[in-house]
Design a protein around this ligand. Structure first.
Ligand code: LLP
Length: 429
């Protein structure tokens, strides 16, 4: 372990060293709900939201702002409900996410719709719900949205998601603000597209938006992008296209190992400095920073497998449950849930799952004291983990549990074999 456990939403019991989330032993969670199992801390989720909210609130008393939680990071209804209760809006990217956000109690007037491939059916659903804003990513999308709104006799409120061509300096798979990305409207096209938007009868321009990437641990690129979109809003104002909100997107990174990350107070102050005395609402679309460190994946050791070259710890979670290490070479800490036994020898293990792929390695070269049957916790899996899981190798998706004080509640049942085959048919004719 390289950083204090507290950062990851867990701690060791003082009495016997068992790993706890709030008042609940993760061994008990493994017993009661089975493994693999995603476990989230309500207190950690709440604290993460309140930290960001507090930072925004304290920079300037009368700056209107809205935190639109990026649903894609963790879309469990119980998580969405918690954020809705805390006052969050939502950033959605599909009709399915819209339905989830509304089902969880989210207010349509706090929902923004991102994504570059919105279908006409999704646009219609969002217009009927009367969402706050569409983040439009292309000229064709703008024309289509105008048509759909015309058909419904409505006006669609829009921002353009502009691509500010700023290097987010993050993993290329999650960097989205450079010119050669598929996302957004090129910065030098933005004025023209805004002029077109302002002329369309069923479109109302309300904002400027961007998003340059995810897991950013330095806020300089975010501030650079913010500077560009604020300048764009000024240029728009000079042409009498006035925006009500400005949104630099999401992207705030978290600590996965021991890396430092963006200080939320510094971040909020710098955003406010960019806005100056402009009369606009500040919108954010954070995902990971609100949920990432609030979740762990609890899994049981099936086999300890020493070989000539390496020791493998074969656990019952796999890349289908957590694909981030295989897909992005992402680092997640792995800790034994304990209680710690002095007698067990530590060894260096590759922590692997049972899936038939060499890429099914959840953690490389970790020093652990493990026995078969022991429980491990993989940390910082609150974001982009369960939501990216699959049924590869016909593995049912894991259960999800929310801890609140001394209480553990099942918030998604483990899938069954019947769930896996429910939509399939043996008959072909
Ligand atoms: N807004 C937009 C338009 C986005 O595309 C995203 C994330 C966010 C906001 C939220 O970004 P965040 O605050 O979470 O960084 N699966 C990858 C991350 C993909 C992020 C996609 N877009 C991972 O596991 O690291």
């Amino acid at each position: 372990m390289t950083a204090a456990l507290g950062i990851f939403g867990v701690h060791r019991a003082v009495t016997d060293g068992e790993l706890m989330m709030e008042g609940v032993s993760l061994n008990n969670v493994a017993e009661r709900f089975g493994t693999p199992c995603f476990v989230y801390s309500k207190a950690a989720l709440t604290t993460a939201f309140q930290r960001l909210d507090g930072a925004l609130k304290s920079v300037r008393k009368n700056r209107p702002y809205l935190i639109c939680y990026a649903v894609k990071a963790n879309s469990n209804l119980a998580v969405l409900r918690l954020f809705a209760e805390l006052g969050a809006g939502f950033d959605i990217v599909s009709g399915g996410e819209l339905k989830r956000a509304l089902m969880a109690g989210g207010k349509a007037r706090k929902i923004v719709f991102s994504g570059l491939g919105k279908t006409a059916a999704e646009m219609e659903m969002a217009l009927r719900a009367n969402i706050k804003c569409f983040n439009v990513e292309s000229e064709s999308e703008l024309e289509r949205l105008n048509e759909v709104a015309a058909r419904l006799g409505m006006k669609a409120r829009i921002s353009l998601r502009v691509n500010p061509d700023v290097d987010a300096k993050t993993h290329p798979y999650i960097s989205t603000g450079l010119k050669n990305n598929k996302f957004g409207v090129a910065f030098d096209r933005a004025m023209d597209v805004y002029r077109r938007a302002a002329a369309l009868p069923h479109i109302q321009v309300v904002g400027v938006d961007c998003h340059i990437g995810s897991q950013l641990t330095d806020d300089a690129p975010l501030q650079e992008a913010m500077g560009r979109i604020v300048a764009l809003s000024d240029a728009l104002a000079r042409e009498n296209i006035t925006v009500r909100h400005i949104c630099p997107g999401g992207g705030i990174g978290i600590t996965y190992k021991d890396e430092g990350t963006i200080d939320l107070d510094v971040y909020a102050r710098a955003l406010e400095a960019s806005l100056g005395n402009r009369n606009v609402e500040l919108l954010l679309e954070p995902g990971r920073v609100l949920v990432g460190n609030a979740g762990v994946l609890v899994s049981r050791v099936e086999y300890v497998k020493p070989t000539d070259s390496k020791n493998f710890l074969v656990i019952d979670a796999a890349m289908n449950d957590l694909i981030r290490p295989s897909l992005y070479q992402a680092h997640h800490e792995v800790v034994m849930t304990g209680p710690l036994r002095a007698a067990t020898a530590e060894r260096i293990y590759d922590v692997v799952g049972p899936v038939c792929e060499s890429a099914d390695v959840l953690a490389h070269e970790r020093t652990l004291a493990a026995h078969e049957g022991d429980v491990v916790a993989i940390l910082s899996v609150g974001a982009y983990s369960f939501v990216m899981s699959s049924n590869y190798n016909s593995r049912p998706r894991a259960a999800e549990v929310m801890i609140d004080g001394n209480n553990a509640a099942l918030i998604r049942e483990r899938e069954t074999f019947d769930d896996l085959v429910r939509l399939e048919r043996l008959q072909t004719s």
